[in-house]
Write a protein that binds this ligand. Structure first.
Ligand code: ADP
Ligand code: MG
Length: 262
C-alpha cells in the first residue's frame, strides 16, 4: 500500500479513524497516522496528548473503540493489529522499547542480546537451542551498531544509564523488527549520550521503520525527518522540523509550555 501523502513511499503501518476512550474521556480522537517503510518518525506532544496510548494501540496492549490499525507486511499481506494478541506482536516484527531500560542486570551484555534473539524464536525452541554462527554474527553486528563491542563481556547491571538504553535498543534489533517503537530514549541521558543516541537512531533509518516519542527538542532537531505533533489524541500538525517548530498552534499547545515543564 502507498502513502496517501507521499505517493512513492510504501507504507508499513496505517492507522485511520481510531478512537480510544477511558471512562468517557477520549484519549485518542479520530487519529490517522501513516508510517512509511524504513521511515524514522518523531512524535511529540504535550503530556496527556495520547502518545503512550497510541503505542499501546499499535502493540495490541489496548484495543481501539473504532478505526483501523493495519500492519502492511513486506510480503504484501495486511495484518489487522486490532485483532492480534499482544504476545504475538513481537513475533510479527513489531518491537517496543519502554522508557526505562529493562535489561537483565546479572547477565553480560552479550548474553542479554542472545536471550533476546532466542526469545524471538519462542520459549520451547530456546530451551533446546544452541547458539549458531548465525547468532554470533547477528550479535556482533548489533554490538557494533550500538557501539558496545568493548563491553560485551561485562554485566549489563554495571553499564551507565545511556549504555543500558543502547543495549535495550540492541535487544530489539536482535529480533530484526520491521517496526520499532521507542519511547523517550534520551530521557536522563548526558548531552554526549543523547547525541550518540541520535546517531544510533539515524543509522537505523532505512533498515527499520521507527517511531520515536521524544520531548527534548534539541534531540528532536538532531533526528528530525517527518515530525508528528499529537494533541488531544489527534494529529495537530505533521511536517519537517522548522515548519512544526514555527507553527503558531504547535507553539501554543506545546512548545510554549516547554519552559515551564523542564
Ligand atoms: P502521553 O503519553 O501523551 O502523555 P497518554 O497516552 O499516557 O498521554 O494519556 C492520554 C490521556 O489518556 C491522559 O489524559 C491519560 O490520563 C488518559 N489515560 C491513559 N491511559 C489510561 C487508562 N488506562 N485509564 C484511564 N485514563 C487513561
Ligand atoms: Mg506517555
Amino acid at each position: 500500500m502507498k502513502d496517501p501523502l507521499f505517493k512513492d513511499t510504501d507504507l508499513v503501518l496505517s492507522v485511520s479513524g481510531v478512537d480510544k476512550s477511558f471512562d468517557g474521556f477520549k484519549a485518542i480522537n479520530d487519529l490517522s497516522f501513516y508510517l512509511g517503510e524504513g521511515e524514522l518518525r518523531t512524535v511529540i506532544g504535550p503530556n496527556g496528548a495520547g502518545k503512550s496510548t497510541f503505542m499501546d494501540l499499535i502493540t495490541a496492549r489496548s484495543r481501539p473503540d473504532c478505526g483501523e490499525i493495519v500492519f502492511h507486511k513486506s510480503d504484501g499481506h495486511d495484518i489487522d493489529l486490532t485483532k492480534v494478541r499482544d504476545h504475538h506482536i513481537s513475533r510479527l516484527g513489531i518491537a517496543r522499547k519502554f522508557q526505562n531500560p529493562t535489561v537483565y542486570s546479572s547477565h553480560s551484555v552479550y548474553d542479554n542480546l542472545l536471550l533476546s534473539l532466542e526469545q524471538s524464536r519462542g520459549v520451547i525452541q530456546s530451551l533446546f537451542y544452541k547458539e549458531s554462527q548465525f547468532d554470533r554474527d547477528k550479535i556482533h553486528e548489533v554490538l557494533k551498531t550500538i557501539r558496545l563491542e568493548d563491553k560485551k563481556n561485562i554485566l549489563a547491571g554495571s553499564l551507565s544509564h545511556g549504555q543500558k538504553q543502547w543495549l535495550e535498543i540492541g535487544m530489539l534489533l536482535a529480533q530484526s523488527p520491521k517496526i520499532m517503537l521507542v519511547d523517550e530514549p534520551a530521557a536522563g541521558m548526558s548531552d554526549e549520550e543523547t547525541d550518540r543516541t541520535g546517531e544510533l537512531l539515524l543509522s537505523l533509518e532505512g533498515k527499520h521503520s521507527i517511531i520515536v516519542i521524544e520531548h527534548d527538542m534539541e534531540f528532536v532537531r538532531q533526528i528530525a525527518r517527518r515530525i508528528t505533533v499529537l494533541h488531544q489524541g489527534s494529529v495537530l500538525k505533521e511536517g519537517a522540523f522548522d515548519s512544526v517548530k514555527n507553527d503558531p498552534e504547535v507553539i501554543e499547545v506545546y512548545l510554549g509550555r516547554q519552559g515551564r515543564k523542564h
